[in-house]
Design a protein. Structure first.
Length: 380
């Protein structure tokens, strides 16, 4: 009877574990071979473990392809069908920059948790942020997790690493007075209506830069968020909104609807003036040639000068206009569920977690109302 598995000494501290797996479809004998560095006892332990997996039907013969080859297959067959084009580009970019140069030529099955940890340590030492490292980890871990599902690996090496603590970007929501200062200073700016819309609706920059007139109902005083603008180098595209709940209808304040009417009239005059140079994409906020606005130019040539004119801190970001909208509404007592729907958050819990700093004031208001309901009459 053929011996199923054996340990063969190669040197003083290296042993080959060989296990007979049977014959393939051509009749060729197949073996599992693994060199164990250590003692013969270590090799025997590994042999017993693999034989046990074979008996239980859980043995997975490690893949012999390189990580680069596997990542190509994963991006095409697993990632591409389920993520947006922009997200897929981000995946490719992160892997190209940080993972492939270090581990790409390695055999997929040979990659250890220590190898993965070394990638992240190198990124941290080169000055990259914890956020970038965590995003890279999420992509690599997802890829290796799929390799386990496809039975190319017995386990996901990325599950056993330590990640740097992430520092949250500080939020700078304006107060009611600061928001009024900002809008007053923006009155003379070309993109006043854009800033007004951002403060009063909480839309993301990519959402209002992709907003088209067909999405705006001035008679009803509302708009629909149906797409988001994405830029990659010198190219741009309209993509799906960030989450399914990002597709939403937002009611407009009367003053905002009126500002949009004025803006639309001015834009029509500018379009006629530009003539054939104007590419009409039906955008609410468009450059002189009708193309989408460049976010970098919008921030540097318009947003920051308005901040300076209003005497507000330079640390305030364009995205903070969204935070300002949410904070003002919650501080005014608006229900978090309404605010969550208005912002297009995936869940009300995200809204509560993001704006937890506003909740103590809301709780005090609730306590005061309860006091009035139960004991107000007695006090009077």
């Amino acid at each position: 009877m053929r011996k199923r598995g054996q340990v063969i000494e190669r040197s003083k501290d290296a042993f080959l574990v060989r296990i007979y797996l049977g014959e393939d479809e051509t009749g060729k004998r197949c073996y599992y071979n693994k060199t164990i560095t250590g003692t013969k006892k270590d090799a025997q332990k590994h042999l017993t473990s693999v034989l046990g997996d074979l008996d239980r039907g859980t043995f997975i013969e490690p893949s012999k392809e390189t990580l680069n080859s596997y990542l190509d297959r994963w991006l095409e067959n697993s990632a591409a069908p389920r993520v947006r084009a922009r997200t897929l580009r981000d995946y490719r970019s992160l892997l190209e920059r940080y993972v492939r140069p270090v581990l790409g030529q390695r055999i997929l099955a040979s990659i250890t948790p220590l190898d993965v940890q070394s990638v992240y340590t190198g990124m941290l030492e080169s000055g990259l942020s914890p956020r970038t490292i965590r995003y890279t980890h999420a992509v690599l871990s997802s890829a290796l997790k799929q390799a386990v599902r496809w039975q190319l690996l017995p386990k996901n090496a990325a599950e056993y690493v330590d990640l740097p603590r992430q520092k949250r970007t500080e939020m700078h929501a304006m107060s009611k007075e600061e928001a009024a200062q900002f809008l007053k200073a923006a009155k003379d700016d070309q993109w006043y209506t854009l800033f007004l819309l951002a403060v009063t609706t909480g839309m993301r920059p990519g959402e209002y830069l992709a907003l088209q007139w067909k999405d705006v109902d001035l008679a009803d005083g509302s708009l629909r968020v149906a797409r988001s603008l994405t830029r990659h180098k010198d190219k741009w595209s309209f993509d799906e909104p960030k989450t399914p709940k990002s597709r939403r209808k937002i009611k407009l304040a009367p003053s905002v609807a009126q500002a949009l009417r004025v803006h639309k009239s001015r834009q029509a005059a500018d379009r006629l003036k530009a003539g054939i140079r104007y590419q009409n994409l039906d955008l609410v906020f468009a450059a002189e040639n009708g193309q989408p606005l460049d976010l970098h130019n919008l921030i540097n040539r318009h947003f920051r000068p308005v901040l300076e004119a209003a005497g507000l801190p330079k640390s305030i970001r364009l995205y903070d206009l969204r935070h300002t909208c949410a904070t003002l509404l919650l501080s005014a007592g608006e229900h978090p569920k309404i605010v969550s729907e208005m912002l297009g958050h995936a869940s009300i819990q995200l809204t509560l977690d993001t704006y937890s700093h506003v909740l103590p004031d809301m709780q005090q208001g609730a306590v005061d109302k309860m006091e009035d309901m139960l004991f107000g009459r007695d006090r009077k």
